[in-house]
Design a protein. Structure first.
Length: 242
């Protein structure tokens, strides 16, 4: 056997056979490599969807606000350009908060977000919304009977000074107000509400200089009826309601 192998290498014909075999082997290796490379290129070039910031998303912005205020768009990019941890489903934003500023055009990735602390008020605020805490007693504020997530109407009461003397009045100040936090029965009367920016100051003034009444609305199908200013005259002239 050794002698045959030596003859192959020492004869011209043997050398040609060895060279041809080596060439065939090299060709096979090249074909396999090119096939693998082509598959890799095709895979990297295949389109993939990803969430991309449409505008500046500031640090601290809750994911649910990003999702409901049109701050992102779904873009198609080559799969090879997807960043590590790229978010492809808007539902992945739920319960998270941005931990850094995200600039327009940037892909939304998992490392840009952290899970929000349960009960964080920021997840309930957007745009001109403000959160304001109002101190109220148990009777006027239905403490222990209203809970976070309920909607209420707020009436305010003042004593007006006029030519005929002091006259108490009551008026609807705000309707359909979201309760963000509410104490349990027997707790302190500090209730946190969501209000438009221009209404937050009115609430603060009314709480400090008058009286407030919180009225619980139905969970669904509630209708708002503004009774106007209520005083002794309007009560005496009002028709009975059945």
């Amino acid at each position: 056997m050794v002698e045959i192998a030596q003859n192959l290498f020492t004869t011209r014909r043997g050398s040609l056979l060895v060279g041809a075999a080596a060439a065939v082997l090299a060709g096979l290796i090249l074909i396999v490599y090119l096939h693998s490379y082509r598959n890799s290129v095709n895979s990297s070039a295949a389109p993939a969807t990803v969430l991309v910031a449409k505008n500046l998303i500031q640090k601290g912005t809750p994911g649910n606000i990003i999702g409901t205020s049109d701050q992102f768009q779904v873009a198609s990019v080559p799969k090879g350009q997807l960043q590590i941890g790229a978010l492809t489903d808007p539902s992945a934003l739920a319960g998270r908060v941005a931990v850094t500023d995200i600039f327009p055009g940037q892909q939304l990735t998992a490392n840009y977000f952290a899970y929000a602390t349960p009960g964080t008020l920021q997840t309930k605020l957007t745009g001109s919304d403000r959160a304001i805490a109002i101190s109220i007693d148990a009777q006027h504020g239905m403490v222990g009977q209203i809970s976070a997530g309920d909607h209420i109407d707020i009436f305010m009461g003042f004593v007006l000074q006029g030519a005929g003397g002091a006259q108490p009045i009551i008026k609807l100040l705000m309707a359909d107000v979201l309760v963000l936090k509410a104490p349990l029965a027997g707790g302190t009367g500090l209730i946190t509400l969501r209000a438009p920016e221009q209404r937050a100051g009115q609430l603060a003034y009314a709480a400090d200089n008058g009286h407030l009444w919180f009225v619980l609305r139905p969970a669904s199908g509630a209708k708002t009826v503004n009774p106007g200013i209520i005083n002794a005259q309007t009560l005496l002239s009002a028709k009975p309601v059945h």
